[in-house]
Ligand binder design. Structure first.
Ligand code: 5AD
Ligand code: SF4
Length: 460
């Protein structure tokens, strides 16, 4: 059996996609390996969201070219967003053998057979329908405790800075039957937690007869009202979330990523009445400035975002709230930046992913909005954002001292063999004494101490 090695970069969607790829290849006679030196096929699943994500992959491709010096027969393939964005240049300029975009994975066996006779193969066709229905992912790199289930593919939002709608294509919602089958499969394998994944999970809409492929690209300046027809037999996100929670009552359910414009009260109520849905919402704000939010085509303003936060706190008082925020978007002034800092102070996020704007070729911003914030200014603003969030995150952790949480143990602490680490529902990492417990157990822990990054606790 030929051996295939898969390396994954980028978001959790890519991890889930690599599992789909592994399943497709296993079915057509490939054996998975985690040793690239003995592999016949080396695949790298890639991310294009910021330039530095691509730079890392180019570095890996150089390593794979070295690998080929030792074994000229090895086939190197690029999958995912970079495959979709860079296309045949990966073959002509980087010397790879195979390029497959996010909707082409079913054709991988054929593509690979083309390359086995020394040829090159490329398929970067995007689909409006492919959801990998009927393929049960092969779990990779997993701790056997928490797994992913993708519920939507693609994105229709066309935020002006973002490459994802171009690399992953139109939004499609997967059949709820497949989603629940995958949840049950994880449960039967002993998994304790699953994360429902999508670029924008809360716009999930599945109708047996109608498939949504609406392209909102031209709505940038003139939002068209959402015409989605949510009939009683349509599955909305809150309905799906609740059905999954009920189907696997012994598992914890998480979901990511939510778009603020689609964050419904109904979803919050579903979380409130299902104790196995984690009290954690990741709600990327991106900027605190109304002017910048408009230029980003985020379709909400600061007040809308803050009203969503108030609603979360009202319905789910103990909910962890995290975000993505980035500085240096075209034309961002110091006032705009101050608006972002002020919003962070007002919301007090428990955690944030923080970035500098990175211009992505082909996006609306790259074509229409000059990348005009100096690199030093971007760096200085990012530093301010990071240090503010550092203070807020530490204060958030300190306020947990004395509280008791149910923690799902995920593994042995790196620093001590007699300590376990895990996460509470709010998604904070807690380290605590192992005693008679093991990874996979839910353990009651009282928080006794913290750093900016982790909570420390004792068994209750
Ligand atoms: N530059 C910087 N950050 C970006 N993100 C997406 N596109 C860009 C870009 N061009 C960030 C957003 C998004 C997260 C996944 O990555 O914050 O939520
Ligand atoms: Fe990109 Fe916006 Fe879609 Fe998120 S919602 S993937 S930021 S276009």
């Amino acid at each position: 059996m030929p051996k295939v090695y898969i390396e994954t970069y980028g978001c959790q969607m890519n991890v889930a996609d690599s599992e789909t790829v592994a399943s497709i290849l296993a079915k057509s006679g490939y054996e998975l390996t985690d040793n690239m030196h003995t592999a016949d096929v080396v695949l790298v699943n890639t991310c294009s969201v910021r330039e530095n994500a691509e730079t890392r992959v180019y570095g890996r491709l150089a390593v794979f070219r070295q690998l080929r010096k030792a074994n000229p027969d090895v086939i190197v393939g690029v999958l995912g967003c970079m495959a979709e964005r860079v296309k045949e240049n990966l073959i002509t300029k980087q010397g790879v053998d195979l390029v497959a975009g996010p909707d082409s994975y079913r054709t991988l066996p054929e593509l690979l057979s083309k390359t086995s006779s020394g040829g090159k193969a490329i398929d970067v066709e995007l689909s409006t329908e492919e959801t990998y229905a009927g393929i049960c992912p092969t779990r990779l790199e997993s701790n056997g405790i928490s797994g992913f289930v993708s519920i939507t593919r693609g994105c229709n939002n066309f935020c002006t800075y973002c490459i994802v709608p171009y690399t992953r294509g139109r939004e499609r919602s997967r059949d709820p039957k497949d989603i629940i089958t995958e949840a049950l499969d994880l449960q039967s394998r002993g998994y304790k937690e699953l994360t429902l994944l999508g670029q924008n999970v809360n716009s999930y809409a599945f109708n047996e007869t109608r498939h949504e492929t609406r392209d909102t690209r031209h709505e940038t300046q003139n939002p068209i009202p959402d015409t989605r027809n949510l009939t009683p037999d349509t599955w909305s996100f809150p309905r799906l979330l609740e059905e999954v929670a009920l189907a696997v009552p012994g598992m914890r359910i998480r979901f990511t990523t939510s778009h603020p414009k689609d964050m419904s009260d109904e979803t919050l109520r579903v979380i409130a009445r299902n104790s196995n849905i984690c009290r954690h919402i990741h709600l990327p704000v991106q900027s605190g400035s109304n002017r910048i939010l408009k230029l980003m085509n985020r379709k909400y303003d600061r007040d809308w975002y803050l009203s969503r936060i108030r609603m979360i706190r009202e319905v789910l008082p103990d909910c962890g709230i995290t975000t993505d925020v980035f500085c240096g978007f075209p034309s961002e002034t110091d006032d705009d930046h101050q608006d972002s800092l002020a919003l962070m102070k007002e919301v007090r996020f428990d955690f944030a992913f923080m970035f500098k704007y990175s211009e992505r070729p082909g996006t609306y911003a790259a074509d229409h909005l000059p990348d005009d914030v100096d690199e030093e200014v971007k760096s200085a603003r990012l530093q301010e954002i990071i240090s503010l969030q550092g203070e807020i995150g530490l204060a958030s952790n300190r306020s947990d001292i004395g509280k008791v949480f149910d923690v799902l143990a995920e593994g042995t602490s790196k620093k001590s063999k007699v300590q376990l680490y895990g996460r509470n529902q709010q998604n904070k990492v807690i380290v605590f004494p192992m005693e008679d417990k093991k990874p996979g157990d839910i353990v009651r822990v009282v928080v006794t101490d913290c750093t900016g990054a982790t909570l420390k606790g004792d068994r209750v």
